[in-house]
Design a protein around this ligand. Structure first.
Ligand code: NAG
Ligand code: NAG
Ligand code: NAG
Length: 202
């Protein structure tokens, strides 16, 4: 009996590893965070992400322009770090959006650290740029193509909330959301974007 339990567990581990290692098409050639799909519907997915390492920077503003945050992270990967080392671009660019009651919003932009340098990650020179270890998390995901504008993300977020709100068991953290872009502005086809809400346990 124990041996059949063990072989069942190792089968599960194999399945888990296999799913984790399948890179979705929308990452193209870039390293991207690893996940398994827990629930798939025509409107959204529930994904489980394993822990990952990121470089981040933030700003708290009333009027957002993503260029300034992007530039700081781009400088970091271009060599503005202690060893002066270039770091490969990864996907996606993840921005956490946290509205405050005073009318300001905090935006935290993140680039994932490539797997090859996660164990020995260059330290940022810019004091506004920092490394973050993101724990495992479950997120509700709404995907869409094309060029995403700020108002596209807001529309998709609303659609995602509407889909989730049809079931009382789809619990999420409504104090923040995440916008994700997987492509450079110079990619004109097969673009992929997502909006996320973090799932919370009942
Ligand atoms: C999820 O569902 C969509 C729509 O039904 C389908 O196109 C897609 O292939 C499914 N993805 C997975 C990972 O099962
Ligand atoms: C980053 O800091 C290191 C050591 O503190 C320094 O040698 C290097 O010149 C700095 N790089 C840039 C691009 O400022
Ligand atoms: C925002 O950035 C500052 C450094 O500029 C950092 O100390 C702080 O922890 C960041 N806040 C969040 C929520 O990431």
């Amino acid at each position: 009996m124990w041996s059949s339990i063990l072989s069942f567990v190792s089968l599960l581990l194999v399945v888990q590893a296999a799913t984790d290692n399948v890179k979705p098409w929308f990452c193209h050639k870039l390293d991207c965070p690893k996940f398994t799909v827990l629930q798939n519907t025509t409107d959204y997915q529930l994904r489980h992400y394993i822990p990952s390492k990121w470089v981040a920077t933030n700003m708290t503003v009333t009027t957002y322009s993503h260029g300034q945050l992007f530039q700081k992270l781009f400088q970091y990967i271009s060599g503005n770090n202690v060893p002066g080392q270039k770091v490969e671009m990864t996907a996606p660019v993840v921005t956490t959006v946290i509205p405050d009651t005073d009318g300001t919003t905090m935006y935290i932009m993140h680039f994932m650290i490539p797997y090859a340098v996660q164990a020995n990650t260059p330290v940022p020179n810019d004091s506004d740029v920092y490394l973050v270890d993101v724990p495992a998390m479950d997120v509700y995901v709404k995907s869409f193509g094309g060029f995403a504008r700020d108002n596209t993300y807001v529309t998709k977020l609303q659609e995602l909330k509407t889909s989730l709100d049809t079931s009382a068991t789809n619990l999420y953290d409504s104090s923040q959301f995440f916008t994700l872009g997987y492509d450079s502005p110079f990619a004109f086809i097969n673009r992929h974007n997502e909006v996320w809400l973090q799932a919370v346990k009942a």
